[in-house]
Design a protein around this ligand. Structure first.
Ligand code: PMP
Length: 420
């Protein structure tokens, strides 16, 4: 076992988290990029997949694939069981009270659009407000703007501090009788800020405002329990938690989902169809028109099983330690500035360098085999808040290690010395 291993013992179990063993589970990481061992620091955009997930999808297509739910034959039954099993695994992972509260979508973006159109749009009146925050991803801004536009309602952003934390006092002041929804990210994809979501939900509920939490950057880094935080809705994407791309999840409280109309028409969502009118089926199927990504849902279930073998507290401790180390090393590079300095940070560390365009920084790191992301990271308002057009972002996953951090810091030191 490596000397970096973190051992966390929870009551009744003895889980060991060994970063070297974890890394070995990801075949893609064992390659060179531009003649150097690849250092993958772009998990915030999408995570890599462990062999278990790759193999499960391949096996599913080899042996168990058929369309689901409407077949009476054995193969369709097996495929349906795998798909339904995926839903139960998501339910358990999120701590949801009922499997019917789990709706499959294409991604986080589609899950948020579903809530915007099916839950919020029918309730909106002119001059209503939808509160978001300055640190939101465009996916948690634009869908609300689209529905707001229809009704003369407004999307209003709760400000953040210079440290990159949500201004809770401002939230308390801004929330009021006109507020119809609060949509807030759990973890910022740029700053890495972990928002105090239970407190935020408490503030909103005290004002009678329902809350959607964007958990796209949370599920893979921190413990998520929808009942504990009390969210009305929560969205995430399988591809951010070591699962396949093409599958997203919307959690919605049962009483909300049951009161919501379908938002896309098609097969699978109906009870009875006639040309005079159609009646709709039960939740969650009412929101899942058409053939879903069957193998993808099975892949997500496998990813959650794989991820679930680790104690989330050990994963979190490992990632926080790496990020703190990266922050320490980067801070010592003259002319390099980190965006924000939140007290609770995970997943992402964004920065800019005096005199260098972030895209050039990314391109030069690539020459050293280091993959980071540059640009606005779909968070233009956040960058504007810091007076920037974009930044460079290093983001971390379960498979990153201290060698990755050292390679990033070495390469940045060289770039800044030579070109900064
Ligand atoms: N919200 C946040 C915080 C994100 O980081 C992302 C992905 N970068 C999204 C939403 C959108 O996720 P997807 O593209 O999978 O819909």
């Amino acid at each position: 076992m490596s000397d970096m291993a973190t051992e966390v013992r929870a009551p009744g179990d003895a889980l060991t988290f060994d970063p070297d063993a974890v890394r070995a589970a990801f075949p893609i990481l064992d390659q060179e990029m531009n003649g150097r061992p690849m250092v993958f620091l772009d998990s915030g955009a999408s995570t890599q997949k462990p062999e278990a997930v790759i193999a499960a999808e391949a096996e599913f297509y080899r042996h168990d694939y058929a369309n689901i739910h409407r077949g009476v034959y054995d193969l369709s039954q097996r495929a349906s069981d795998a798909f339904d099993g995926g839903r139960r695994k998501v339910q358990a992972f999120l701590g949801a009270a009922d499997w019917r509260e789990i709706v499959f979508t294409r991604n986080t973006t589609e899950a948020i659009n579903l809530v915007a159109w099916s839950f919020l749009e029918p309730r909106l009146q002119p001059s209503d407000e939808i509160l978001v925050t300055t640190m939101e991803h465009h996916s948690n801004i634009v869908p609300w703007q689209l529905v707001a536009m229809r009704h003369g309602a407004k999307v209003v952003a709760v400000p953040i501090t210079d440290a990159g934390e949500l201004n809770l006092a401002a939230l308390r002041e801004m929330i009021g009788p006109r507020t119809k929804m609060l949509a807030c990210t759990w973890v910022s994809n740029v700053l890495g800020t972990v928002n105090p979501v239970a407190e935020i939900v408490g503030i909103a509920h005290a004002a009678g405002v329902p809350v959607l939490l964007d958990a796209a950057q949370a599920v893979q880094h921190v413990a998520v329990d929808v009942q504990e935080v009390g969210a009305d809705f929560l969205a995430f994407s399988a591809h951010k938690i070591y699962g396949p791309s093409g599958v997203g999840v919307l959690y919605g409280k049962r009483e909300h989902l049951e009161a919501m109309p379908p938002w896309q028409g098609g097969g699978g969502i109906v009870d009875r169809v006639t040309f005079e009118g159609t009646t709709y089926g039960e939740i969650p199927f009412r929101f899942e028109a058409g053939t879903p990504d069957i193998a993808g849902v099975h892949g997500l279930g496998t990813a959650l099983d794989w991820f679930g073998q680790f104690d989330i507290r050990a994963v979190e401790a490992h990632e926080i330690r790496l990020m703190a180390e990266a922050q320490r090393a980067l801070q010592q590079i003259p002319g390099l500035h980190a965006l924000g300095d939140p007290r609770h940070r995970t997943g992402a560390l964004s920065f800019w360098v005096d005199g260098l365009h972030h895209q050039d920084v990314g391109a030069m790191l690539d020459l050293d085999g280091i993959a980071i992301r540059t640009g606005h990271h779909c968070a233009q308002p956040l960058h504007r808040r810091f007076g920037l057009e974009g930044s460079a972002r290093a983001s971390f996953g379960i498979y990153n290690n201290e060698a990755d951090v050292a390679a990033l810091a070495d390469s940045l030191r060289y770039i800044v010395r030579k070109y900064g």
